[in-house]
Structure formats: structure tokens, C-alpha cells
Write a protein that binds this ligand. Structure first.
Ligand code: GLP
Length: 249
């Protein structure tokens, strides 16, 4: 077993969110021009809520921060309520002083999605690379939309969603049929170039994926397990998500 990940087990979702927010806030206070990689899904919602509170009550300043989101569904308009654009603005960006010109989210309506992916990589490089990347994890161990089998050196690209992910994400849609089958996603290689990574997980349905990520051998079949090869990854999980770990901290 390789042990390069820093594991923090907390009581519950609230504590996970607070802990993650304090890491993000510390990094922003150290570097006002932080390049922040952001995730969507239910997991980081509490983190965004806490960062909004810190902005309002503690004047946490996002004015110089650049953001890059991990992924977006292919074919969804930014105004579509199920798009990750909509999610990010309605759950975070609209409530903090981030400069919209500094916000980057893959364009699900790009005329030439493959060319867009190359351009997204270029923009990340131009910004100096991602300083801190926030990640959630799929119940199958995916990170961003890098499904099992994704290559360790993959870059931003158009991907097919797995059946498991389509089922998991159907809860955000009226009907499972409405869940897009494709997305644009940063690659594992892209994510691994972030200087610092924080992975969050909460709840029993993440327990298997977390056990494989933290205690399994790194394998492309569990994309998050490849994070063991990164120098600076902190995994923050609540007790339920930690429940299948054989050893705790
Ligand atoms: C989605 C996203 C991932 C996210 C994961 C978990 O498919 N593409 O970036 O981490 O699923 O989502 P949730 O936090 O809602 O469980």
C-alpha cells in the first residue's frame, strides 16, 4: 500500500465543508491571485456556502482569484439549470466578489468541442497552472468525469459518462433520460498537475470508492486512486465515507 495521501476523517458533512473552506481561505490569504480548480456536485455545496459566509463576514477576497472548473455536460446551454455553469453561478460565484472574467468553465456548447479542450488546457497553462484543485469523487471512483479506465496521462477532452454516473446524477434531472451522455472533462493528467489537491467525500455511498482510493493500489480502474502518485493531496471525509477504511488515520 502506498501512503502519500493525507487523510482527515471528520464527524460529518458540515465539518468536512468547514475544514475544506479553511484550507481554501488560507491559500487565498497567502496568494491573492490563487488559481483555484473547482468541482460541482452535492459534495462541495457546503464548502461554497462556507466560503460565501467567509466572504461576507470575514471579507475573504476573491477579486484576484482565477477559477477553472473541472467539467461540464456536453450539449447543455449555460442557462440550463442542470448545467455546471448554472450550478457554479447560483451556488457560489453570484455571492462572492470573483471577477467574471477570471471564471473558466468548459463550454458545453462549443462549436468544436475538441478544439475547445485544447484551448482550455492552454488557458490553464497561461494562468500559471492550478494552485489548488478541489475534487469530489464519484461512487465508482471517478474524479471530474474521468470514468474508470481513463488514462493516467489524459488531458481535457470529450468523455462518455458511465452507466453508474448517469444513474447517480439522474437525481439532479427530472428523468434519467435527460442526463447528458457526454461531457467535457479535465483529464487525470491535467488534475495531477495541480500544485495542491483537496478531495472531499461524504456519505456511505462513497465509502467503497474512498477505501479503494486511499488503501488500494493505484489503478486506472479507480481514477481517484491515481492521486496517490501526487505529492500534495489531502482527503477530507466524514465518518460514513471513511467507514470502509481498514485503518483510520
Ligand atoms: C459528478 C462530477 C464530479 C463529482 C461527482 C460526485 O459526476 N462530475 O466532479 O465529484 O459526480 O458528485 P456528488 O458530489 O454529487 O456526489
Amino acid at each position: 500500500m502506498v501512503e502519500t495521501l493525507k487523510l482527515i476523517v471528520v464527524e460529518d458533512y458540515k465539518e468536512m465543508s468547514r475544514k475544506a473552506a479553511s484550507i481554501v481561505a488560507d491559500e487565498i490569504r497567502k496568494n491573492k491571485k490563487l488559481v483555484l480548480g473547482l468541482a460541482t456536485g452535492g459534495t462541495p455545496l457546503g464548502l461554497y456556502g462556507e466560503l460565501i459566509r467567509m466572504h461576507k463576514e470575514e471579507k475573504l477576497d476573491f477579486s484576484g482569484v482565477k477559477t477553472f472548473n473541472l467539467d461540464e455536460y456536453l450539449g447543455l446551454d449555460p442557462d440550463n439549470e442542470q448545467s455546471y455553469h448554472y450550478f457554479m453561478f447560483h451556488n457560489f460565484f453570484n455571492y462572492v466578489n470573483v471577477d467574471r472574467r477570471n471564471v473558466h468553465i468548459p463550454d458545453g456548447k462549443a462549436k468544436d468541442p475538441n478544439a475547445f479542450c485544447v484551448e482550455y488546457e492552454r488557458m490553464i497553462k497561461e494562468a500559471g497552472g492550478i494552485d489548488l484543485q478541489i475534487l469530489g469523487i464519484g461512487s465508482n471512483g471517478h474524479i471530474a468525469f474521468n470514468e474508470p479506465g481513463s488514462k493516467a496521462d489524459s488531458r481535457t477532452r470529450v468523455v462518455d459518462l458511465s452507466e453508474q454516473t448517469i444513474r447517480d446524477n439522474a437525481r439532479f434531472f427530472k428523468d434519467e433520460k435527460e442526463v447528458p451522455r457526454k461531457a467535457i472533462s479535465m483529464g487525470i493528467g491535467t488534475i495531477m498537475e495541480a500544485k495542491k489537491i483537496v478531495l472531499l467525500a461524504s456519505g456511505k455511498n462513497k465509502a467503497d470508492a474512498i477505501a479503494k482510493t486511499v488503501e488500494g493500489m493505484p489503478t486506472e480502474e479507480v481514477p481517484a486512486s491515481l492521486l496517490q502518485r501526487h505529492r500534495d493531496v489531502t482527503v477530507i471525509v466524514d465518518k460514513e465515507a471513511a467507514s470502509k477504511l481498514t485503518r483510520r488515520q
